[in-house]
Write a protein that binds this ligand. Structure first.
Ligand SMILES: C[S@@+](CC[C@H](N)C(=O)[O-])C[C@H]1O[C@@H](n2cnc3c(N)ncnc32)[C@H](O)[C@@H]1O
Length: 494
């Protein structure tokens, strides 16, 4: 184990962090872990993470982090200089304050109580707010570009607003830059856990080493509207406004017999407690569910996406007549990860394909999820299939091309990327990448070395390409779904 990590785990143990199952179990003075968990590396599933050192049972307590170990705005505020300065800026949001607190704590270096924790934080992040113009364009889809642009603008605005406080604190020059602000923003977005007393959440040493697993079947259907009425908000808090590791609306979903959350702050013992969300065998990665996220939301808040994401959704532009044909909210009209239209989307399309003067009489059927007629269903499927194929046609590259591009990126060999420039559809994208990285064009590029900065750039580019592949795959699957329905209807319509 690397020396730094060892001293981090020892430090955490001294603060009372523990993975032992009961309070009277003897703790190793050299590490807070070892009874249930250890730090390990999972290259295909989040990198550094936590691994079971024994078989764990679902629901078992596996980690406790006492309140005094949590880095929160409140816990750093006993620094007089910080608290006086923060109090002079009451208009800042709790997240802006926590971001400043994190930079301030970083500025203290070894004098910070959390120094052993802070030096373990990632140095760079890939959340959407860190995307430049090139990566934004590489997403190809307007909605995703818009979300990216918004994330960047929001980060810039938050920084500008917090600048007066940052200046009051006289932070060292390296903490005054927008780059530093973005780093702190990304740390908070991707690592904070929900706490009841501060909307910004907390940074939780060791507890923030759990990588993510999407919620399983327990939530599927609830969000889809199958149990919701139009205009009734879904019960699930998708945490999409802020990316803390908070999960679902605990009040709704954590009745004593049905624990859907696998972590939470427990007032009775004044500690953050984590429970195994399923049975784990020794050596398996132990995962935490941070919430219900689409791939775009995962990218926005955490800087990664899932290959298999049961909560992925694709929103497509449907046109005003569809949006106004029913009372379904726009955010319920989407295509599922497997290509199936959402319950609300089907219902809205069925209504919009019904003459206006007949909608009232068939409304109850449409809202309850029934087909209205074979002709209506046929029309709806053709309409949806055409929307999807038009969208695919208008994107600059096909899935097949994206997959070739991805494998050229994986080879980490610039010469294979340069080769792809000869294929027309890639030419612009690859030239823009070269330009953005000041990579010179020319013969003999086979020896081009990839610098760390270029590699980082390529990581984000890869994320954008992976995202658009998943997006396109959903559209392709939706066309397949529509075709199947059309084929089965054709027998009835003959
Ligand atoms: C709370 S941290 C988890 C620990 C983190 N791996 C570390 O080394 O500090 C959340 C970050 O881990 C990564 N991550 C978590 N789950 C992941 C997953 N299933 N696949 C890929 N990356 C994941 C993402 O970078 C995310 O922003």
């Amino acid at each position: 184990m690397e020396e730094d990590q060892q001293s981090f785990l020892k430090w955490a143990g001294e603060l009372g962090v523990s993975d032992s199952t009961s309070t009277d179990q003897l703790q190793d003075p050299l590490s807070c872990l070892g009874h249930s968990l250890c730090v390990s590396h999972f290259p295909q599933a989040g990198g550094r993470g936590l691994c079971a050192v024994r078989d764990l049972r679902k629901g078992e307590l596996i980690l406790r982090v006492p309140k005094s170990a949590l880095l929160t705005s409140q816990s750093v505020m006993n620094d007089k200089k910080l608290s006086v300065a923060v109090n002079k800026h009451p208009s800042l949001s709790s997240t802006q304050i926590l971001t400043v607190c994190l930079l301030y704590e970083m500025g203290k270096g070894k004098k910070s109580k959390w120094h052993p924790y802070l030096i373990h934080l990632p140095r760079t992040y890939d959340i959407l707010a860190t995307f430049g113009e090139f990566e934004k364009q590489a997403l190809q889809v307007d909605d995703a570009r818009w979300v990216t642009e918004n994330a960047v603008l929001k980060a810039q605005l938050n920084w500008k607003e917090a600048n007066a406080l940052i200046e009051d604190l006289k932070l060292k020059p390296q903490f005054l830059t927008f780059r530093a602000w973005l780093w702190a923003t990304a740390t908070i977005s991707s690592r904070t856990l929900h706490i009841p007393w501060d909307e910004a959440g907390c940074l939780c040493p060791v507890g923030d080493l759990f990588n993510y697993a999407a919620p399983g079947k327990e939530l599927v259907g609830i969000e889809d509207g199958e149990s919701c009425l139009p205009n009734h908000p879904s019960h699930v808090t998708s945490s999409s406004d802020r990316g803390d590791m908070a999960i679902v609306d605990v009040k709704q979903f954590d009745p004593p017999f049905h624990r859907l959350t696998d972590g939470g702050f427990e007032e009775t013992i004044d500690a953050y407690c984590f429970y195994a969300r399923e049975n784990y065998r020794t050596g398996e990665q132990v995962l935490l569910c941070y919430g219900t996220y689409t791939n775009l939301e995962l990218l926005e808040h955490y800087g990664f996406l899932l290959d298999e994401n049961p909560n992925n959704k694709v929103f497509i532009p449907l046109g005003a007549p569809v949006y106004s044909s029913s009372s379904w909210p726009k955010q319920s009209l989407y295509i599922h990860h497997n290509g199936k239209p959402s319950y609300a989307l089907l219902s809205a399309l069925r209504l919009s394909a019904t003459p206006q003067n007949k909608r009232r009489s068939v409304g109850h059927l449409a809202y309850s999820g029934s087909q209205l007629s074979a002709d209506n269903e046929n029309f709806v499927m053709k309409f949806l299939s055409k929307k999807c194929s038009d969208l695919l046609k208008n994107l600059p590259t096909s899935i097949e091309e994206d997959i070739v591009l991805l494998s050229a990126m994986d080879s980490q060999d610039l010469s294979s990327l340069l080769e792809l420039r000869k294929v027309l559809s890639y030419a612009d994208e690859i030239c823009n990448f070269m330009e953005a990285n000041n990579l010179r064009d020319g013969e003999g590029d086979t020896d081009l070395e990839i610098s760390r900065k270029t590699k980082k750039y390529m990581d984000r580019w890869r994320l954008a390409v992976e995202w658009r592949i998943k997006y396109k795959q959903v559209l392709v699957d939706c066309i397949l779904y529509c075709t199947e329905v059309i084929n089965s209807l054709s027998k009835i319509l003959q």
